[in-house]
Design a protein around this ligand. Structure first.
Ligand SMILES: NC(=O)c1ccc[n+]([C@@H]2O[C@H](COP(=O)([O-])OP(=O)(O)OC[C@H]3O[C@@H](n4cnc5c(N)ncnc54)[C@H](O)[C@@H]3O)[C@@H](O)[C@H]2O)c1
Ligand SMILES: N[C@@H](CCC=O)C(=O)O
Length: 523
């Protein structure tokens, strides 16, 4: 492990792998071959130092080849969730007193080891989540970034807090320090099954809390790989407890548990609001108001005016709509284009989208499957709705393959109030609407209940200035795509029904998992 006295280098984001280089492609193929040999194993719950196999299992399958089992993961009951909670409560008593710098070292070491086995982690996501090489690589890079970033942030917070610039009062030594909260229930989504799971969990842990982690049921194996890594680096038993299980059963039980101090959730609006309701109720024996960090869905979009670089705008629209099959909370599922260049941009988007090929993630097709049967059916349902709400330009149905493949689909001439312009589809479906002018386009952009990401394309400085003020979303990009936030560079989180705007990967994030304590000593 890194020496505690060693000075920490400034944070820098992990570079993405260039798979056009033969040596990188070969390294990824070797990792895929290695992981393929390891498919189909069983994974236990982790409660303290116990590894528990249960009779009830989650079977994780490859969404791109539904006959392939990724792994079988034990499922927790309420009784085991209770055991995990009590273990985390016990471990908190010692973990909270471990110095911040020491806690940070576990993250540095885990980041180092993940970097060494980067393609292996990515390969698991190719199989389990249906990511192509670049999407999986970006997910692993972001996981590494979160650990490197939050470790540094915790050190900064612990050091600066002692010297917090409080107003000096003669005869007193006043200090503000950030202390942990307690046991956190961490509930990540499946779509960034490594990065978001790692980010949410390690932010809570490095801040001095202990965690009960309930992974997403479609991607529990890659979550287990992360838990194994934390065990390898020597994280004390009980700090991170792993209990896959049903959201409705185990999730609700933990949300309502009186010892739950905070819930860190990333997922859909519906589940986020449900957790918010339950968390607001006070259980018997509970002595705090539970804190909820809830990052939820989006109906993100790209606005294009007549002065914009139209080729760049069209490329950004397609990349934002179809990257990882549109299964990003940041996905640009709407494009709003001013009427004077509408036809041109629509033609360019259609031309680019129709070139996207669909196939097996293992073979690195640009478009892979969607994550499961439920998503597949929901998205195909939205495509049928789209056929009644717009003009179908590209795609429009299922694609070939032994998995949940859907054609990249583009609808034009959609009304701003249409369902496919308002509801999160979370799949490869793009709706395009026409605006009278750029101001009208911004109005249409803002006319949703969400507010996560957006992009504005224009060459006019005054319009850009106006857009910076009036486009209402947590992450607004100018003249670039609306996906791909980088840790430390683009702190991430949204407004309105997109959540509590936690700004993951930003300076404020760890404050959500701490409470500030003022101490005043008479000199
Ligand atoms: N804002 C962001 O940063 C962000 C990032 C990624 C994904 N998302 C959103 O996540 C959604 C996709 O992810 P998903 O399908 O996994 O979302 P989801 O809401 O279905 O599930 C998210 C997590 O909640 C769990 N869960 C379900 N019911 C629960 C309950 N009653 N109690 C506790 N936990 C419960 C699930 O098992 C999963 O682990 C999309 O809406 C997407 O926009 C948001
Ligand atoms: N942070 C990611 C999105 C995470 C949600 O799915 C991005 O910026 O594209």
């Amino acid at each position: 492990m890194t020496q505690l006295t060693q000075k920490v280098a400034p944070f820098a984001t992990e570079p993405f792998t260039d798979f056009s280089l033969p040596e990188n492609k070969q390294a990824m193929e070797a990792a895929l071959a290695k992981v393929k040999n390891e498919l189909g194993k069983s994974y236990p719950l982790h409660i303290g130092s116990d590894k528990i196999e249960t009779g009830d299992k989650i079977v994780s399958i490859n969404p791109g080849n539904v006959d392939q089992t990724i792994g079988t993961v034990s499922k927790a009951s309420k009784e085991l969730a209770e055991q995990a909670m009590q273990t985390a409560v016990g471990a908190f008593e010692t973990w909270k007193r471990v110095p911040a710098r020491e806690r940070a070292e576990f993250l540095f070491e885990a980041a180092k080891r993940m970097r060494e086995r980067k393609h292996e982690f990515s390969a698991w996501m190719v199989y389990e989540a249906g990511k192509n090489y670049a999407e999986a690589d970006a997910d692993t890079a972001e996981a590494i970034d979160f650990m490197e970033y939050y470790a540094r942030e915790m050190i900064r917070l612990s050091e600066t807090s002692i010297h917090q610039p409080l107003v000096k009062l003669e005869g007193e030594d006043n200090r503000l320090t950030y202390i942990p909260l307690g046991v956190g229930v961490v509930i990540p989504p499946w779509n960034f099954p490594l990065a978001i799971c790692v980010g949410m969990t390690t932010a809570a842990i490095v801040s001095g809390n202990t965690v009960v982690l309930k992974p997403a049921s479609t991607t529990p194996v890659i979550a287990h790989k992360f838990v194994e890594l934390m065990e390898e680096v020597g994280l004390p038993a009980g700090v991170l407890n792993f209990i896959p299980g049903s959201g409705a059963e185990v999730g609700d039980y933990l949300t309502m548990h009186p010892k739950t101090r905070f819930i860190s959730f990333t997922g859909s609006k519906e589940v986020g609001l449900h957790i918010n309701r339950l968390a607001a109720q006070t259980s018997e024996g509970q002595i705090w108001i539970k804190r909820l960090v809830a990052e939820m869905g989006g109906k993100d979009g790209i606005v294009v005016d007549e002065t914009a670089d139209l080729d760049a705008a069209a490329a950004a629209i397609v990349a934002s709509a179809f990257g990882f099959q549109g299964q990003k909370c940041s996905a640009g599922s709407r494009a709003i284009i001013v009427e004077s260049v509408y036809d041109k941009v629509v033609d360019k988007v259609a031309a680019l989208a129709s070139k996207l090929t669909v196939g097996l993630p293992e073979l690195n097709y640009p478009i892979g499957p969607v994550v499961d049967k439920t998503s597949y059916e929901r998205i195909l349902g939205y495509i049928e709705i789209g056929k009644t709400e717009g003009r179908l330009l590209v795609g429009g149905g299922a694609a070939e393959g032994n998995g949940y493949y859907i054609q990249p689909t583009v609808f034009a001439d959609v009304d701003g109030k249409a369902r496919i312009m308002q509801e999160e589809i979370f799949g490869p479906v793009l709706a395009i609407a026409k605006a009278k002018d750029w101001k009208h386009a911004i109005e249409m952009f803002n006319d949703t209940e969400f507010g996560l990401t957006g992009a504005f394309f224009s060459a006019v400085e005054e319009r850009i200035e106006e857009a910076l003020e009036t486009v209402h979303c947590g992450n607004l990009y100018i003249n670039r795509k609306c996906t791909g936030a980088l840790v430390g560079v683009h702190p991430f989180g949204g407004f309105n029904m997109s959540g509590t705007d936690s700004k993951a990967g930003g300076h404020d994030y760890l404050l959500l998992f701490t409470q500030a304590k003022l101490t005043s000593r008479k000199l």
